[in-house]
Design a protein around this ligand. Structure first.
Ligand code: ACO
Length: 370
């Protein structure tokens, strides 16, 4: 079988682009990724301008004029709190089924309990449910009972409290809030596109965002931060940093957490998360060690690939932030989903307004019957 992976024009004049590179499939007011300039714009704001914003405030920004209630930050915070309590009640009958599933499969299972026929504000319910489900899944994997949400807390605060069973320090809550804001939306990435395709069929918001989660689950999309920690573990101590990195590069391996397909300069999300790391209450020895690894890796990559700018990407500091606030490594994709649910829900609302079925074509290269 001979299937081409390159963009090409057929004799009939149609253009085929197997990874859809360069194909514009939607107009959006939500976010723009400018890889050449190292810029991420969320609804009129550079990511840097969202420094210090709560996740709820970003939700208000993304949902503005798309969600019917047009709520502000305070109303969203209150409604998310109430919806978390409801999500906690709702997941109880399904908890026994989690044992046989990976953490992200567990999240997929619990989200599928949400009926598209329900009349509540689906975007709010979806965003509120992920931390409740993700915290419960992480605890069940450690043999612990789920912790009931506190509707009076903010989303990041309650996520950490449900994970650990006790309140966490303000610095750690702020770091998780920054993480959720930083990954809230990122153009027409694979999971957002998947969610929009499903939304375009009018299947409903919960079905659409579950499709987004299924796309996020793949190691080419949402599964990268774990390997950064594996690399730090393998390096072990400060004396081994340079020799380990040199040997890895000599073997032709890639250094985890560096380089990006779209960003040709710095990844603005890496900077945002580096600031979050600096704000942790107790950055710990791991962070200082990781920063030494980063410095050495950037120097080696610059020397070896002078023509190919290879900078720190979002995954390097994601790994550090999520580990520092206490998430187990196998929960990282679910925490990513908790943040990206903001973007998925906003894109689904936007796509539903566009009211146009997404239906591309394929080029048939099989045999033609006589
Ligand atoms: N370490 C060492 N060398 C690298 C790295 C790296 N992290 N990234 C790219 N290179 C080298 C490649 O070996 C290649 O060298 P060559 O031209 O001599 O063969 C050159 O740089 C260009 O590589 P490409 O694969 O064309 O770069 P691309 O931009 O397509 O790849 C990617 C981007 C996949 C992220 C890559 O940089 C990589 O594998 N990084 C490590 C894994 C990682 O951190 N993934 C998370 C990315 S963030 C995200 O996706 C949300």
């Amino acid at each position: 079988m001979n299937i081409s992976l390159k963009t090409q024009e057929s004799p009939a004049g149609d253009v085929i682009s197997p990874g859809l590179e360069g194909v514009v499939a939607a107009e959006t007011v939500l976010s723009h990724v400018d890889g050449a300039a190292g810029r991420l714009i969320l609804r009129g704001h550079d990511l840097e301008q969202l420094d210090g914003w709560s996740f709820e405030r970003v939700l208000a920004l993304l949902w503005r004029d798309l969600a019917p209630e047009n709520a502000g930050e305070a109303e969203i915070r209150a409604r998310l709190g109430a919806a978390r309590v409801r999500a906690f009640e709702r997941m109880q009958p399904a908890l026994a089924a989690l044992a046989a599933l990976s953490t992200v499969e567990g999240l997929r299972l619990l989200l599928s309990l949400l009926p598209d026929s329900e009349t509540e504000s689906h975007h709010l319910v979806a965003v509120a449910s992920v931390p409740v489900f993700a915290a419960a899944i992480a605890r069940r994997h450690q043999g612990l009972e789920p912790v009931r949400p506190d509707p009076d807390r903010g989303q990041a605060d309650d996520f950490l409290t449900m994970l650990h069973g006790v309140s966490q320090s303000p610095g750690n809550v702020r770091a998780l809030d920054t993480y959720l804001v930083t990954v809230a939306d990122h153009g027409l990435n694979a999971s957002t596109f998947a969610a929009r395709v499903i939304a375009s069929t009018k299947a409903g918001l919960f079905s659409s965002v579950i499709g987004g989660l299924c796309a996020l689950k793949g190691p080419l999309h949402g599964g990268a931060p774990g390997p950064v920690l594996d690399m730090l573990d393998a390096i072990g101590d400060a004396d081994n940093i340079r020799p380990w990195l040199i040997q890895a590069l000599d073997r032709g391996e890639r250094l985890m957490g560096f380089g990006h397909r779209i960003y040709r300069v710095r990844d603005p999300r890496a900077d945002a998360l580096k600031r979050a790391v600096a704000g942790l209450d107790d950055p710990g020895v791991r962070i200082g060690f990781a920063e030494k690894v980063e410095r050495e890796a950037l120097a080696l990559l610059a020397a070896r690939k002078p023509d190919r700018p290879l900078e720190t990407n979002v995954e390097f500091f994601t790994a550090l932030v999520l580990e520092a606030v206490g998430f187990p490594r196998d929960s990282f994709t679910n925490v990513f989903a908790a943040g990206r649910m903001a973007g998925w829900t906003a894109h689904v609302l936007e796509q539903e307004r566009a009211a146009r079925l997404i239906r591309p074509q394929s080029r048939y290269v099989g045999p033609v019957p006589d």
